[in-house]
Design a protein around this ligand. Sequence first.
Ligand code: C2E
Ligand code: MG
Ligand code: MG
Ligand code: MG
Length: 276
Amino acid sequence: AQQDQVHERIAFYNKALEQSLLRRTTLLEALRSALAAGALSLALQPIVTANSQRIAGFEVLLRWNHNGENISPAEFIPLAEQSGLIVPVGYWVLEQACQILTEMPHTTASLSVNVSVIQMQDPQFVANVAQVLSEHQIAPGRLHLEVTETFFHQEQQGVKETISRLRLLGVKISIDDFGTGYSSLSVIQNLNIDYVKIDRAFVANIFDKGQSIIAAVMTIAHGLHFQVVAEGVETPEQAAQLAKFGVHFMQGYYFSKPLPPEQALALLPHKRQDSA
Ligand code: C2E
Ligand code: MG
Ligand code: MG
Ligand code: MG
């Protein structure tokens, strides 16, 4: 009887595994078709200056509505990364972002595009970024690329070189989800970067242990000359505290959720210079 139970359990696990594998395979195929059919879209979330709370730019976030269901990037981005589909998906996002930048000529507001390390390992990556920028006649400094530090240990050297070449082009580099990886401090020691985005877990804890960590990041920021963006700001109390700490930019539901591009661009002041 005991052996039957074990078999049943194995069968149960196999079934669960099979189902999750099936969902992943089905989703990946559907994502491939969605890309080809133009069924992906973007949302833009404002990033504001900490002192005047004016829009300095937007983060570009990929959206996928599949048969009426909004699939979270947290689910489909890892699938796209594992399969390599992130490379064409990423170029699509980049192209769209540059198109949007041409639609906001009266500001110097920036767009921040998430790129995964897999994309940066494409030998053509830097050349392709340069080409999209020049085709759309966009000042490279208006494009920020957000790289998550969690993945750096995988291919530190190649990534480091790619980042230097991107910065030589004039593109700005942000380290995303800072503090959540294994190598946060060595990453910022070994790379020249423009922005560090403090992960929202620390912002959520700002009246507790997050406080010391954010204070430490600000000290490092002054020494290493990068600016700090706080992610996931949800309350006015968090915003006030972050401003007190000297954080440069903030982003989060307290200011705005990610919006369809037309709605986001309508928030920009018209024909005024607002610098990121
Ligand atoms: P991320 O780059 O850290 O983006 C910020 C995430 O936090 C977004 O989730 C955003 O909607 C969410 N967020 C913003 N403000 C708040 C807030 O106040 N509270 C809370 N709880 N959440 C907030 P989203 O859009 O689901 O994206 C998840 C992740 O998927 C992103 O995290 C990014 O790593 C990845 N991703 C999204 N679009 C792309 C893309 O085009 N390419 C790549 N490679 N990755 C992408
Ligand atoms: Mg990001
Ligand atoms: Mg990210
Ligand atoms: Mg983040």
